[in-house]
Design a protein around this ligand. Structure first.
Ligand code: FES
Ligand code: FES
Length: 172
């Protein structure tokens, strides 16, 4: 029996060039101009800060938007670092808790009232509280609790945090 063979295989269709998987991100972090030359387009802002720029003030808690440990300010607005694309920071200003010293009124009040805990949640909570006080210099208890509602603390009940915000208000 005679076998027949197909002719030469047709050339595969040309594949369009892939977009680059990494890009450079330039931004200002805590007042300092920085650049990360190779940011994967799927990286989160939290990963950019912690793993590519070595800025560890924002904490990695749940990694899925549930705990608030990763909150930073992006052009002054609180965002969840774990759910925000790193590329969103390009050309923007990012503020972490490291921008504030111990004499900052919010940092001092949190240290005074919440020092019994491990402190892991405090950087993110501090930024949400500062955002609240920027918008409402004398917030109601309901507003304070609302601003804290996106943050999980494994160590302390809400009371010490409410007291800390009240003291920060009193410190002016
Ligand atoms: S680490 Fe982002 S919300 Fe928990
Ligand atoms: S103080 Fe430990 S998680 Fe809040």
């Amino acid at each position: 029996m005679t076998e027949t063979y197909p002719g030469p295989a047709a050339a595969p269709p040309s594949v369009p060039a892939s977009p680059p998987a990494t890009v450079a991100v330039r931004c200002i972090v805590d007042g300092e101009q920085v650049e990360a030359p190779q940011v994967w387009i799927a990286d989160s802002l939290l990963f950019l800060l912690r793993e590519r720029l070595g800025r560890t003030a924002a904490k990695d808690g749940c990694g899925e938007g549930e705990c608030g440990a990763c909150v930073v300010l992006l052009d002054g607005e609180p965002v969840l670092g774990c759910l925000t694309p790193a590329l969103a920071a390009d050309g923007a200003a990012v503020t972490t808790a490291a921008a504030y010293g111990e004499d900052d009124r919010v940092a001092a009040a949190l240290a005074a009232h919440c020092g019994a805990g491990c402190g892991y949640c405090l950087p993110g909570i501090g930024l949400s509280v500062r955002d609240l006080l920027n918008r409402q210099p004398e917030p109601s208890e309901a507003a304070i609790r609302e601003s804290l509602s996106g943050h999980l603390c494994r160590c302390l009940p809400p009371g010490p945090f409410v007291d800390a915000v009240r003291e920060a208000v009193a410190r002016g």
